[in-house]
Design a protein around this ligand. Structure first.
Ligand code: NIG
Ligand code: FE
Length: 430
């Protein structure tokens, strides 16, 4: 089956190879009046007049008229906490009245509350809750996302969450990777060292054997784990051939961003309190700096990551939602992009690179997703704005007009059906 997206005002294909750093994040090629053709699930051509008239790449069996629109690669969300079960709006209301996240956590709310909600829900309940969120993410243009554990907090419950994450992966159109975040909080009644020992000796070998996760993650924070625990897990992930990530410097400066880079971890995420000295370590490394402005926004944190320094010094900067029921109940990459521009100072095209190519690199998929290139999996988003800057400029405009995932037209916004010709409309059920 073939599909063509025709006569777009702007296409940002992000063609090339590997992550994009520094000034190159904003000086990227933007095509005007161009089209994309897709055949057999992969991109066949991108450009002006690659097979038809001006600005047309040649009509497919199904064509989308993208006049006045912007076409970008499908968004890659490199950091979510799916699959979880249930929300914690009352905690948010308490925080809005002045209660601190750390206090909720110490009083068995926060992560521990989500642990109980997850334990009390059946597998099918968890899956349908997560699938509903995944389908909302798809309608916002997310065609690839990361999932994690971390609300199990026993060996068996962590395995259950990881297995549910893999079932979710098999049930949604998106590409999904999974990370083991058993080191999210210390189970009540256990010492930190004891739980880290169990993760290293019992859980991760089984996770690796079953192929349940490509990486492990750890929350380094005074209310969670210390760098010595991260070092212990790093030894194990190295032995098992897994990658490792770190929730770093979110609520205080623990130098975890710097250590993540020096240890060659896959990513250091959050980085609100990362020092300027540590920026040099991250920029000199191949560790992705994952910015999660949804958490900063939700927690109303004054302290922002040194985002401009990270970009100017050449770090691999990526962007995600951190979708979770506590600190970031946000599933929309367009919203994360707008926040990154508005509160972290990213330029729009930098945010686009961070949300596609560099996010794909963060989860080890940069050779598969994040770009619109001939031969690549056809994941792309048609935005009802004439240029990408307008997505950041109008943060609450419902800009996603159509989403193509793996070559299938998986979403057409209500009211935009008239732009689609051909008989694929039955598949575009949103
Ligand atoms: O990434 N930082 C710790 N973990 C999550 C919050 C999880 C929760 O509160 O349930 C985060 O922000
Ligand atoms: Fe997180």
């Amino acid at each position: 089956m073939s599909l063509s997206i025709e006569n777009a005002a702007t296409i940002v294909p992000l063609s090339g190879d590997g992550p994009i750093r520094g000034e190159a994040m904003r000086s990227i090629e933007v095509l005007e009046g161009a089209s994309v053709t897709i055949d057999g699930g992969v991109v066949a051509s991108v450009g002006n007049g690659a097979g038809g008239g001006e600005g047309r790449a040649g009509g497919g069996e199904v064509a989308i008229d993208a006049t006045g629109c912007t076409v970008v690669p499908g968004f890659v969300d490199p950091h979510t906490h799916l699959p979880f079960f249930g929300w914690r709006a009352d905690e948010d209301a308490a925080r809005l009245s002045g209660l601190r996240y750390e206090t909720l956590h110490k009083e068995s709310g926060g992560i521990f509350r989500s642990q109980r909600m997850f334990a009390d829900a059946g597998d099918d309940e968890v899956l349908s809750f997560a699938m509903s969120l995944a389908s909302q993410m798809l309608r916002k243009g997310t065609t690839t996302f990361e999932t994690k554990s971390g609300y199990g907090l026993t060996i068996e419950a962590e395995l259950r969450q990881l297995r549910l994450a893999r079932r979710l992966a098999g049930a949604v159109p998106q590409t999904v990777v999974t990370t083991c975040l058993a080191a999210h909080a210390c189970p009540p009644g256990k010492g930190e060292g004891e739980w880290i020992g169990e993760i290293a000796e019992q859980l991760l070998p089984q996770v690796a054997a079953e192929g349940l996760a490509h990486a492990a993650d750890i929350y380094v924070e005074s209310i969670a784990f210390q760098l010595e625990h991260a070092a212990r897990l790093k030894t194990t992930t190295d032995e098992l051939g897994m990658r490792m990530r770190m929730h770093a410097d979110q609520l205080e400066d623990s130098q975890s961003g710097s250590f993540a880079a020096r240890w060659g971890l896959q990513s250091a995420d959050h980085l609100n309190h990362t020092s300027l000295a540590a920026v040099g370590d991250i920029a000199a490394s191949d560790t992705a700096a994952v910015l999660l402005p949804g958490a900063t926004f939700t927690l109303r944190q004054n302290k922002k990551p040194p985002a401009r320094n990270l970009i100017e010094e050449g770090a691999i900067v990526a962007l995600g939602t951190d979708l979770n029921p506590g600190t970031s109940p946000i599933h929309s990459m367009p919203f994360a992009i707008a926040l990154a521009c508005r509160i972290y100072g990213l330029r729009p095209l930098e945010a686009l690179v961070a949300a596609t190519v560099n996010a794909a690199y963060t989860i080890g998929l940069d050779d598969q997703v994040g770009r619109i290139m001939p031969g690549r999996r056809a994941d792309l988003v048609v935005l009802d704005v004439p240029d990408f800057e307008s997505l950041c400029y109008r943060p609450d405009h419902d800009a996603v007009l159509a989403v193509v995932c793996g070559g299938d037209l998986v979403h057409v916004a209500p009211g935009a059906e008239g732009r689609v010709t051909g008989d694929l409309r039955r598949e575009a059920n949103g």
